[in-house]
Design a protein around this ligand. Structure first.
Ligand SMILES: *[C@@H]1O[C@H](CO)[C@@H](O)[C@H](O)[C@H]1NC(C)=O
Ligand SMILES: *[C@@H]1O[C@H](CO)[C@@H](O)[C@H](O)[C@H]1NC(C)=O
Ligand SMILES: *[C@@H]1O[C@H](CO)[C@@H](O)[C@H](O)[C@H]1NC(C)=O
Ligand SMILES: *[C@@H]1O[C@H](CO)[C@@H](O)[C@H](O)[C@H]1NC(C)=O
Ligand SMILES: *[C@@H]1O[C@H](CO)[C@@H](O)[C@H](O)[C@H]1NC(C)=O
Ligand SMILES: *[C@@H]1O[C@H](CO)[C@@H](O)[C@H](O)[C@H]1NC(C)=O
Ligand SMILES: *[C@@H]1O[C@H](CO)[C@@H](O)[C@H](O)[C@H]1NC(C)=O
Ligand SMILES: *[C@@H]1O[C@H](CO)[C@@H](O)[C@H](O)[C@H]1NC(C)=O
Ligand SMILES: *[C@@H]1O[C@H](CO)[C@@H](O)[C@H](O)[C@H]1NC(C)=O
Ligand SMILES: *[C@@H]1O[C@H](CO)[C@@H](O)[C@H](O)[C@H]1NC(C)=O
Ligand SMILES: *[C@@H]1O[C@H](CO)[C@@H](O)[C@H](O)[C@H]1NC(C)=O
Ligand SMILES: *[C@@H]1O[C@H](CO)[C@@H](O)[C@H](O)[C@H]1NC(C)=O
Length: 543
């Protein structure tokens, strides 16, 4: 609420301009094809005595000789590095924009070794192993299918007192650790003000801001558009997390939405693999196998891992499959190398329950997801609604079981999940934007969602477009993956180029989105066109 008042008075921008400063561009660490600089920031835009920090800022030059402007990019997570995302995705982003714009991103507050406040540490590596030893925090939850096995359920609920106590103690550790005083300053409202300050420094004070938010970056975008409606130049929300629900729900309720399309994506992956057959896809167990046979084949490894609950093999395997669903351009490699290797190592290690093997696996898991940094929960929980004191760990477990039974049997009971610990998180950001989200912007907003997105289902894009009403246009890219950028669609590219050029929106709105096909040439496996692959039905593990 504070944010609304300040923005209305025009104070916010002025604070950003006077306190912020950009250093000269130079080649980025290890990536000389990108330019980097530091941007000095106040830790708290409303309290100068809180001290200062800095952001690592990164720029990919427009590839066309006729540069039209700068697009600021937040790649999501929260916790994804802007530097890494431009290293990985500049080619896809340039293709989507005709190469006519510089892309500027940054390692946001809470991210990486160059930004301060950067990665969030509450436990040292040594403490980490001892602190979580034997808990679902490192082993994950052991379940199959619809989570009806009574032993699995008892094992989960038996951990309730431990997890409850550990999460409380963990909050205290964070407040005693190296990041005690900065933990509150890494929230999204501060990141929005950083964006505005950066745009002032790069494009000039009061310049219309061109912004593209991917995934959690759509929350940054929705907050930006409504905190600074007069600064909206172009805003693309791509792979939408529904900011209205982030602003109103206890965070553990957000997981249900997050996984509500992932079974469809998984069945699309399995169908595509089956269409390729054993010659094109190693996970197709025999000639003529169906998508369900592919899922059955993978489920056999789930079952083998499930039989050894002291390891976290099942968690690793599920995480490999789940994470793989984000990027369909990698599905061939996922199916022919990554998943087969994961299966082989699970089957090979199924009998190895020595404690060193277990610890190795626990660390591998942390490394896969967060490099031991708690950035993701630190940001989402700093932004989260106030904790409901009546909420218990059993309520959260109940929700996890319910989501597994009613939404996603393959991935519903993942643990740990950042959203699930917010009622235990010790701080909230001094500024949170909690609505309204239906402002009147200087320019309209383009909302994009995929038909099959394993982390941000289309209905979230649709709902944000509905809330924004005539201030937004809505496009549905009829393909797979998390955000639009991993599958080329000339139709979406043309929409984006026209929108960036003069603000033209497609006719689509929340009740009747513009639908764009994936380019006919795009193959998921050799000879298997993406446009030919159906995503039908929910495929479950074998029980
Ligand atoms: C990007 O463009 C600027 C000039 O606008 C130039 O100084 C810089 O070297 C370019 N960076 C790269 C990595 O090409
Ligand atoms: C501003 O920050 C200082 C230093 O952290 C703190 O002591 C003070 O209480 C803060 N003031 C407000 C109004 O939050
Ligand atoms: C970008 O377009 C070029 C030329 O069509 C193509 O070779 C390249 O693979 C595309 N990059 C991505 C990431 O799609
Ligand atoms: C946490 O502390 C580490 C080590 O001092 C530092 O590198 C990092 O930037 C800090 N992060 C935050 C959020 O304060
Ligand atoms: C974890 O717990 C087991 C069994 O209680 C114990 O043998 C092992 O030393 C512990 N490991 C760590 C790193 O604390
Ligand atoms: C339930 O899961 C346990 C392992 O957690 C396993 O030993 C048992 O066989 C399973 N029961 C059924 C009916 O599948
Ligand atoms: C399985 O064992 C091999 C060799 O012991 C090891 O390299 C690999 O990391 C293990 N895999 C897992 C998932 O622990
Ligand atoms: C599962 O959650 C849904 C939605 O919150 C709720 O309507 C339903 O009653 C829950 N089912 C059970 C068995 O708790
Ligand atoms: C699992 O739940 C889904 C959705 O409720 C249902 O369609 C399916 O039949 C259930 N499967 C089993 C094995 O109970
Ligand atoms: C904007 O949304 C708020 C709820 O957040 C609602 O009360 C208000 O009527 C809406 N305004 C318009 C113009 O739709
Ligand atoms: C949405 O678009 C459809 C098709 O163009 C149109 O009929 C409808 O009136 C629009 N709805 C709103 C709320 O603008
Ligand atoms: C299967 O999915 C396709 C889109 O991928 C859809 O057109 C078709 O209606 C679906 N069929 C069934 C039986 O759900």
């Amino acid at each position: 609420m504070k944010a609304v008042v300040l923005a209305a008075l025009g104070l916010a921008t002025r604070l950003a301009v006077t306190r912020a400063q950009l250093t000269a561009w130079s080649p980025c660490p290890d990536h000389s094809d990108l330019s980097c600089a530091y941007f000095h920031i106040p830790l708290d835009y409303h309290n100068a005595s809180a001290g200062n920090g800095q952001l690592l800022v990164v720029k990919a030059n427009a590839t066309s000789s006729e540069k039209k402007g700068t697009i600021f990019l937040n790649p999501g997570g929260p916790g994804v590095s802007g530097l890494q995302s431009l290293v990985d995705d500049t080619s896809a982003l340039m293709n989507r924009t005709g190469g006519a714009y510089d892309f500027v991103s940054w390692d946001p507050r809470g991210v990486g070794p160059y930004t301060y406040p950067g990665n969030v540490y509450c436990l040292s590596d040594d403490e980490f192993q001892t602190f979580w030893n034997g808990t679902i925090e490192v082993t994950g939850i052991n379940w199959l299918g619809n989570f009806t096995n009574q032993t699995d359920l008892s094992n989960l609920y038996a951990q309730a007192p431990t997890i409850d106590a550990k999460y409380r103690e963990f909050g205290e550790k964070c407040l005693q650790g190296p990041n005690a005083t900065t933990l509150q300053y890494i929230g999204t409202a501060a990141t929005v003000r950083d964006l505005v300050g950066l745009a002032d420094a790069i494009e000039g004070p009061e310049s219309p801001i061109f912004y593209w938010g991917l995934s959690y970056g759509t929350v940054v975008g929705a907050w930006f558009a409504n905190m600074f409606p007069e600064r909206v130049g172009r805003v693309i929300l791509d792979g939408v997390l529904d900011a209205t629900r982030v602003a109103t729900l206890q965070s553990y309720k957000l997981w249900r939405d997050q996984v509500s399309s992932v079974e469809d994506v998984y069945s699309g992956f399995a169908n595509a693999c089956a269409m390729a057959g054993p010659a094109g896809c190693k996970l197709a167990p025999f000639e003529g196998a169906s998508g369900a046979d592919v899922v059955d084949y993978i489920s056999q490894a789930f079952e083998a891992a499930h039989a050894h609950p002291v390891s976290n093999d099942l968690l690793l395997l599920r995480a490999t499959v789940f994470g793989g669903m984000y990027q369909p351009q990698m599905w061939e490699q996922l199916a022919n190398t990554v998943i087969p290797n994961a299966i082989a190592s699970v089957l090979g290690n199924a009998s190895d329950t020595s404690s060193s093997a277990k610890n190795g696996r626990a660390l591998a898991r942390r490394a896969t997801f967060s490099q031991n940094s708690y950035t993701e929960p630190a940001v989402v929980c700093a932004d989260s609604v106030d904790a409901d004191p009546s909420l218990t760990i059993n309520d959260i477990f109940d929700e996890v079981v319910n989501v597994t039974r009613t939404v996603s049997p393959s991935f519903g009971a993942f643990w740990p999940i950042p959203w699930h610990r917010c009622s235990y998180w010790p701080v909230r950001a001094p500024e949170r934007y909690q609505g309204p989200f239906n402002g009147t912007y200087a320019n309209k907003v383009l909302v994009i969602g995929n038909s099959y997105d394993g982390a941000t289902p289309f209905f979230e894009a649709q709902h944000m477009a509905e809330v924004m009403g005539d201030q937004a246009g809505l496009v549905r890219q009829d393909g797979y993956g998390h955000t639009s950028i991993y599958q080329p669609s000339e139709c979406v590219t043309n929409i984006i180029i026209a929108y960036l050029h003069d603000g033209t929106l497609p006719a689509g709105n929340a009740s009747s989105p513009t639908v764009c096909a994936i380019d006919d040439s795009v193959e998921l496996f050799p000879g298997v066109k993406s446009v030919d692959v159906p995503a039908n039905g929910t495929l479950t593990d074998r029980e």
